[in-house]
Every structure is written in C-alpha cells, then in structure tokens.
Design a protein. Structure first.
Length: 268
C-alpha cells in the first residue's frame, strides 16, 4: 500500500529524524571531496559494471509523461524529438520508444559503459535514436544535437548526481538544444526523502549533499533551490512541486517516506 500527495510544502520531520540530521554536521574532508569529483565518471562506470542493466527497473512511462508528450504535440501523430539527458542503460528510453512510434530520441550518459549497454540493446535502432557519451557539465551538446531542435528534454534522477556548483552548467547546455516554447521534464530526489535519512554519519558533503558507499553522490532538492537554478539560466517555471509518498510494508510494519520533486520548466 502507498499514498501520494503533491504540494509546495516540504515534508515535516519527526523529532527523532530532526535530531539525527542536526547531529550530522561533520563534512567529508576537502581532499576526499576533490577525489570524488575527479573520479565521478569512474565511480558511475563501476556502478554499471557491477549492476549491468539490472539495477533500475524499466520505467514504463507514467501517465504524467505521456500527458506531457501529448500536450507538446499540435496534432496526434506529430513527430517529436526528445533528449534524455542522463539515460543510464535505457530504462526510460526503450519503453518510451516502444510505446510511442512518433518519437526520435537523443540520449546521452556520463558513463561510457552505460552508453555501450544502450547500443547493445535489441531495441536500439539508429533510425529512432542517437546515443552518445557526454559530461553534461562540460561537453557541448551542440556537437551531437542541432541548436533549438528538441521538443522535450527529460532530466530524471540525473541532476542529483552532479555537484551543486556545476548544476547550472547542465541547464545552460540543455537550453541551447531546446526549441523556444518547449520544456524540460524534471524528476529527482526531494528534501528529507527516505534515502537522505538513511545516510550514516561521515557521508555528508555539504548541505543536502551526500556520498554513497560506492562513491556516487546524491543531492536532495528543495523547491526553492530548483526554481532559482532554472530561472537563473533563463527558463520559466510551469510546474514545480513535491510529490510525497508513504510506502507501507504491512508485513514488517514499516512506513517509508519517499519525497520527489516533479517539475516542468520552459524555454521562453
């Protein structure tokens, strides 16, 4: 069982959770932080080496994205060009291409290994898809995608893996390939999500920013921070809200609070 609510107010912590977070003030050393930044690509590549294509479930696109893609069309069978920024091994990409024949997708990922998995997938076809390796913080998307040519960019659980100081570079990069009037669909971890509360002491890199045991990093967004980030790069906000879910495991009597930020920003 699970319930879900949307809104603009952040999740309220229990007194125990608040106390635990308040105590966790020690930051990972600057030396280790620089090493994590330098080895970010290697750590994601190792993640995909360990998990191959098995870690994330295929995301058969929820009604929300389908509605958004329908809304982008001026007529029913209109061909759409999308960019999946941070495609991983294609868990969003392939279900989408299967279910919507009128889509051409560009897809890129930081990890060369993830890109190879996408190319080896039986559903991969160069007629419908172009996948390439890319560090969104420094590799110019215009080398692979024409300017102002993309109808929709999906940024799903990607920005959280990037250092907060570099997030604006990703949005600047995406802006160049997005058509005027078209949008970025964003979903990522929200403040006080269960994953944030599970980090042990010694995992904190900065405010709302943590490192996992495998060296990959995760940021937890507030609505205000995300809004400022996009607006500073010239985007207009269409939707930006928390999605709070409580997943209930009745057998073990566990209630797990999940918090995501679900948003849509437009290029004027």
């Amino acid at each position: 069982g699970a319930f879900q609510k949307k809104g603009h107010s952040a999740r309220i912590l229990s007194p125990e959770e608040a106390e635990r977070l308040a105590k966790d003030r020690v930051l990972v050393s600057e030396f280790k932080q620089l090493k994590l930044e330098k080895e970010a690509q290697k750590n994601w590549d190792l993640f995909y080496k360990r998990n191959s294509t098995n870690f994330f479930k295929d995301r058969h696109w929820t009604t929300r994205e389908f509605q958004e893609l329908k809304a982008c069309r001026e007529f029913a069978d209109q061909k759409l060009t999308i960019l999946e920024a941070g495609c991983g091994v294609g868990n969003c990409l392939f279900p989408l291409l299967e279910e919507d024949p009128n889509i051409f997708a560009y897809a890129c990922d930081f990890s060369p290994r993830a890109v190879e998995y996408v190319k080896k997938n039986a559903l991969y076809s160069t007629e419908r898809c172009k996948v390439f390796q890319c560090d969104l913080t420094k590799d110019d998307l215009l080398e692979n995608i024409p300017a102002d040519s993309v109808d929709v960019v999906t940024l799903i659980f990607v920005l959280s893996a990037i250092h907060p100081d570099k997030m604006h570079l990703v949005l600047k990069n995406i802006y160049k390939v997005l058509k005027p009037g078209k949008c970025v669909l964003f979903r990522d971890y929200g403040l006080y999500d269960h994953a944030m509360l599970r980090f042990k002491s010694g995992s904190k890199l900065g405010e709302n920013f943590y490192v996992r045991q495998d060296g990959t990093r995760s940021y937890f967004f507030t609505e205000e921070f995300l809004s400022q980030l996009f607006k500073a790069e010239g985007y207009e906000q269409a939707v930006n809200e928390y999605v709070q879910r409580e997943t209930v495991n009745r057998k073990e009597d566990l209630r797990v609070p999940r918090v995501f930020l679900q948003s849509k920003f437009q290029k004027p």
